[in-house]
Design a binder for this molecule. Structure first.
Ligand SMILES: [Zn+2]
Length: 250
């Protein structure tokens, strides 16, 4: 990131109450974003982004009988640096398991999952592997859903950039989802392309399914006694990710 960049994922971030104005963003039906017969390819940098960013969207797509495929880019082994409790080896085993459990709880257990096994925190360095895989996998009538190119997390931004290149080559569509931007950004922040933002509204049942799915990510929700670090996903983050709608950038 350039120096002077304040898109840091530290502290509590912008409280959800400050984001109340998002409720005025135009709502869109998933069927308008992914037409009948089109396949949705969710490209998740870490095993939880698919739920945090677009769990509700996936659920609504499945309810609209759209095919959804999850591409799990890394195994998430880098979420607890220096930890003796959540070692990289344990995370690499547990986080894919958490992700499978989360999909079950969401009601998306039948979704096809493609695990690529790239190294967590180093997606940009492995861009050619991801680009090559997507080049073989994507079809012109796919819609790729991935983390926003400006999200402020290196792997999230790398996935956004690499997918943008891949969809251009494949001739398919793409939607981007902010995850950590809700932390460092603020309403009206000129760095966010608000004119592209659309709201996918969730019913109370869909939101409850998303909450249950998030709760499957046990490794991300507890304090780490070995490092003294708080949860990767503290309450303040969960409040932002469990609003009754999701935002996609068209
Ligand atoms: Zn992530």
């Amino acid at each position: 990131m350039p120096s002077g960049d304040d898109r840091r994922i530290e502290g509590a971030g912008t409280p959800e109450a400050d984001w109340a104005g998002l409720a005025t963003l135009p709502a869109i039906a998933p069927g308008e974003l992914v037409a009948e017969g089109q396949r949705t390819v969710v490209v998740a940098p870490h095993p939880d982004d698919e739920i945090l960013a677009c769990g509700g969207f996936m659920l609504r797509l499945l309810e609209a009988r759209r095919e959804v495929v999850l591409v799990a880019v890394t195994d998430g082994a880098g979420s607890h640096p220096g930890s003796n409790v959540w070692t990289p080896g344990r995370l690499a085993r547990e986080r894919p398991r958490e992700s499978r459990e989360a999909l079950q709880r969401l009601g998306a257990g039948a979704v096809d999952v493609q695990r690529l096994g790239l190294s967590d925190t180093r997606v940009a360095e492995q861009a050619s592997r991801l680009l090559g895989w997507l080049g073989r996998f994507l079809r012109p009538d796919d819609v790729v859903v991935t983390t926003w190119r400006g999200d402020g997390h290196p792997d999230h931004e790398a996935c956004g950039r690499i997918c943008a290149q891949a969809v251009q080559a494949a001739g398919c569509g793409m939607l981007e989802t902010p995850v950590w931007a809700w932390h460092w950004s603020w309403p009206g922040d000129p760095r966010v392309p608000w004119q592209r933002a659309r709201r996918i509204v969730l019913t109370p049942d869909q939101l409850a399914a998303k909450r249950a799915a998030i709760e499957a990510h046990v490794s991300q929700l507890g304090e780490d006694a070995s490092t003294g670090q708080g949860p990767v996903l503290p309450e303040t983050a969960l409040a932002r990710l469990l609003r009754p709608f999701e935002v996609v950038l068209q």
